[in-house]
Design a protein around this ligand. Sequence first.
Ligand code: HEC
Length: 124
Amino acid sequence: MRIFKFTFLLILFVALICSFAFAMKHTPEDSGKALFSDPKFAGGQKACNECHPNGKGLENAANKKEFNIMGKKQKGLEEAVNFCIVNANKGKAIDVKSEQMKDMVAYIKSLMGKMMEKKTGGYY
Ligand code: HEC
């Protein structure tokens, strides 16, 4: 009988570890969202979230090919993000191929779905 008790505890233990590992796993959107509200992101002094609360105004950004921020043109979402980092957050532009840029882009892309939800009440 002891072996059953032991096996049961072992299974419980493994299940617990697995669920922790799952809960700890951050999606790129989550990481991007954290960067978005971090005033120190990219060495800046302001969080993106201060001007774009909850990503407001960026819902369509993932669909755009050209941007116009503060009278300047940017080609592509990464360039637009870096433009705001430098000119709005007063930070340093990040590598367009970096993990942070990928996470930020994933977060901005996730905003697109949020807009659809708002418009259609979740049915789309
Ligand atoms: C000081 C205010 C300010 C801060 C801080 C700021 N932005 Fe912006 N951002 C703007 C303004 C103004 C525009 C141009 C007008 C607009 O489209 O809302 C803009 C536009 C954008 C656009 C293009 C939106 C579109 O669809 O044309 C993106 C993407 C963007 N910002 C991302 C960011 C990210 C990422 C950060 C943080 C690194 C950030 N912004 C921080 C003010 C700010």
